[in-house]
Design a binder for this molecule. Structure first.
Ligand SMILES: *Cc1c(COP(=O)(O)O)cnc(C)c1O
Length: 368
């Protein structure tokens, strides 16, 4: 039995008719950009995320960038980001010309460590960007508390955590303006690129809405130097068809994670993903740590089991950030994760037999 890293089959089969009907509806509507489908999805996602406003944009990176721009963050401003994240979080800060200030995660939850925030704050700091990495909510009460005391904006990167919560409040609803992605492999995925900003602030919602469409609210009247980053009707219709399934799919991911936790608990050199008190985890990824990571990944590949590394090179050691003169050793926890973390197969309709097969392979490997 081959086990891929990710399979869409179960999910796609379950909603094939709804998605194909949505595509046909858009095709026949003869209206493809910024129309009813986008409006309907924005309203549905805002309701799901328990925020007042959702603004659909072209992708998650743009959602992050436009959220920063809406807050007028730019050159001369410092923005605190996790040292361990997908590079998009960093790129958005760079795109607006602001300065990145990385802060290390906790080793066991992989999420930014709120205890380290205060030491990273300077007179130029204007925002914190928590990333709910791998699907687990960050410790938002501590983060919001620091932000409030230092008068900082918070922009959540919720690309991996649709539906996660901290002490009962959904991620993507804490920050001043927040960003998410609907890249196909995310927990709620389009059939192409898509993203959104979420906020409870009407003025910020209007700014993102203007920025995504050439800086214009009224056609051919341009107020600011805007972008072209619109969620298109086709992706919005597909997302609307999939959204009603998200809670069920999240529950299935959590069941798969619970099975892994049970099956893998007895392997001493495998550290399972820890969930912080008050946080929920929607398991976009199921990430373990082990000192024998590379050998394990190779062994699993030989057994026909797909795995990935999220992420093999931390942003501060990427070629793109050479100009910042970071060096190996600057962010040891992020660097440790890059050499020890492994994402095991995870998708909503993964069966118990498939989880067993992966778990058995890990047991066999660690006995050798
Ligand atoms: C996927 C992702 C993004 C970017 O989303 P795109 O739609 O691919 O641009 C940003 N941040 C995180 C944490 C992500 O996982």
């Amino acid at each position: 039995m081959q086990i891929p890293f990710l399979s869409f089959s179960g999910q796609h089969d379950a909603i094939r008719e709804e998605v194909l009907a949505a595509i046909a509806r858009v095709y026949d509507s003869h209206w493809y950009v910024l129309g009813q489908e986008v409006e309907q999805f924005e309203a549905a996602y805002a309701a799901f995320n328990q925020v007042q406003y959702c603004i659909g944009v072209g992708n998650g990176l743009d959602a992050l960038e436009l959220s920063l721009r809406a807050l007028n963050i730019g050159s001369g401003d410092e923005v605190i980001v996790p040292s361990n994240t997908y590079i998009a979080t960093w790129l958005a800060v760079s795109h607006v010309g602001a300065t990145i200030v990385p802060v290390e995660p906790r080793l066991d939850t992989y999420n930014i460590n709120p205890d380290l925030l205060e030491a990273a704050i300077t007179s130029r700091t204007c925002a914190i960007m928590p990333v709910h990495l791998y699907g687990q909510a960050c410790e938002m009460d501590a983060i919001m508390d620091v932000a409030y005391r230092h008068n900082l904006y918070v922009i959540e990167d919720n690309a991996q955590a649709h539906g996660a919560a901290y002490k009962g409040q959904l991620t993507g609803s804490f920050g001043h303006v927040n960003a998410t992605s609907f890249y196909p492999g995310k927990n709620l995925g389009a059939l192409g690129d898509a993203g959104a900003s979420t906020t409870n602030n009407a003025a910020l919602a209007k700014k993102v809405r203007t920025l995504r469409n050439y800086g214009s609210q009224q056609k051919y009247y341009n107020e600011v130097i805007g972008h072209n980053s619109r969620l298109d009707e086709l992706q919005a219709a597909v997302l609307s068809a999939k959204l009603p399934m998200l809670i069920e799919w999240t529950g299935q991911r959590q069941e798969v994670a619970a099975l892994y936790n049970e099956r893998l608990a007895s392997i001493p050199d495998v550290h399972l993903p820890a969930v912080a008190a008050g946080a929920t985890h929607v398991y976009h990824l199921y990430v373990v740590r082990t000192s024998r990571r590379d050998d394990l990944q190779q062994y699993l590949a030989e057994q026909g089991i797909g795995t990935l590394i999220h992420y093999p090179i931390p942003p501060h050691l990427q070629e793109a950030y050479r100009f910042m003169n970071f060096k190996a050793g600057d962010f040891p926890i992020a660097e440790n994760l890059a050499t020890s973390c492994l994402s095991l197969p995870m998708w909503p309709s993964m069966t118990a037999a498939e989880v067993d097969r992966v778990s058995d392979a890990l047991h066999t490997f660690f006995k050798s």
